[in-house]
Design a protein around this ligand. Structure first.
Ligand SMILES: [Ca+2]
Ligand SMILES: [Ca+2]
Ligand SMILES: [Ca+2]
Ligand SMILES: [Ca+2]
Length: 377
């Protein structure tokens, strides 16, 4: 009789591991390795957050310092007195047309806003018209009052106000023209301008601004490392990128931002005499203090915020309809960061907030939740 030895496992010193043991070990190792990877990833995420917060803070510091200068800006406004006198009937006993202090304050406000638009652009339309022409200074008119001999207000006189386009505006425009002037004629046509894609236009304008201004005597761009500059959409216009390699955007007038940083109960700090027409109309009596927002889209790469609102409405060609002023003189060029009276535009104050720059796109906070904003630093 043949007897078979019982297949008993006797481990000897030279035995290896069974396949099962090896596989169990491999699974355990891979689980441990996975945990380690998670640890490294989260450390990396923290580093990216910290680095991006630092970058947003540095950019914001430069922009804020620049912003503050508008409080003390000397404004070279000129009233064209010859136009005014040419229309004045000296024999009638009327008073010379006068500019009320409130109206002078409104002109100063318009010029400040126009300077911000020219010097701190955050969209293509701040710099160029759709046909490729350079955007100029806004054609604002002041309203002078004429009184009859009994000092009763008689007529309104439209006074042209001239201010030159800012030197910085010219410098930005020249830089853009150098990049896109395909036929080298020193200017852009609509086709050439279209090569500057609207994608990232806010980030691209931010780069233009930082490449032109100084902060505490050093070029603003010097605080940005070369690896933090990129052209992610490949149109030739650079952007500053966050630690996820996505462009850092900015919003000059984030009138729709739900952040507490925008105080809707505080008056516009640049409108010292409350001469903004919107502040006098109950239906649109909303003009509040605005400060710029610098913002990274965070890990998800989605900003989720309105940056360029109403692309068909450029600030410098906005019109305030005569029907909404106390004036008898036609429509007025009026730079309105709150875009209150756009033709066919938004109605109702609540709706206006949700459609202005800085608001969540379609009111959905999902994509903005992980953003890294100068408002939260
Ligand atoms: Ca050209
Ligand atoms: Ca672009
Ligand atoms: Ca670009
Ligand atoms: Ca985001």
């Amino acid at each position: 009789m043949i007897s078979f030895p019982t297949p008993k496992r006797i481990r000897r010193a030279d035995d290896g591991f069974t396949l099962v043991e090896i596989m169990v070990t491999l699974v355990v190792i891979s689980i441990l390795a996975g945990m380690t990877m998670v640890g490294i990833e989260s450390a990396r995420g923290t580093a990216r957050h910290a680095q991006t917060r630092g970058l947003v803070a540095r950019i914001n510091e430069v922009i804020s310092a620049n912003w503050d200068e508008y409080h003390y800006r000397v404004l070279p406004v000129q009233f064209d007195i010859d136009v005014l006198l040419a229309n004045y009937d000296v024999t009638s006993g009327e008073s010379l047309p006068q500019l009320l202090p409130e109206e002078a304050g409104r002109i100063r406000l318009m010029m400040l806003r126009d300077l911000m638009r020219m010097e701190l652009p955050d969209r293509k339309s701040d710099l160029f018209l759709a046909n490729g022409n350079r955007a100029a200074a806004t054609d604002v008119r002041a309203i002078g009052l004429v009184y009859d001999p009994d000092m009763q207000p008689l007529t309104e006189q439209n006074l042209p106000v001239a201010w030159p386009p800012s030197a910085r505006l010219r410098s930005y425009q020249n830089k853009v023209i150098r990049i896109f002037d395909a036929n080298a004629d020193g200017s852009l046509d609509a086709g050439e301008l279209a090569a500057w894609t609207p994608q990232n236009e806010s980030a691209e304008c931010l780069f233009l601004v930082l490449s032109s201004i100084t902060s505490n005597g050093i070029a603003a761009l010097d605080v940005i490392a070369p690896y933090q500059i990129d052209d992610t959409d490949g149109d030739g216009m650079n952007e500053i990128v966050d630690s996820w390699r996505n462009p850092i955007s900015w919003i000059r007038w984030p009138a729709g931002s739900p952040s507490d940083a925008i105080r809707r109960d505080a008056a516009d700090e640049f409108d010292l005499l409350s001469s903004d027409w919107g502040a006098q109309l109950p239906s649109v009596a909303i003009a509040y203090s605005l400060i710029p927002q610098v913002v990274s889209s965070g890990p998800d790469g989605e900003l989720g915020l309105i940056t360029t609102q109403f692309p068909d409405t450029a600030y410098h060609v906005m019109q305030w309809p005569s029907s909404a002023t106390t004036s008898t003189i036609g429509n007025h060029a009026y730079i309105d960061p709150y875009d209150r009276l756009r033709t066919g535009g938004i109605s109702g104050i609540a709706a206006q907030y949700t459609e202005r720059p800085g608001a969540f796109i379609s009111g959905d906070r999902t994509f903005a939740a992980d953003n890294i904003s100068s408002f939260d630093l």
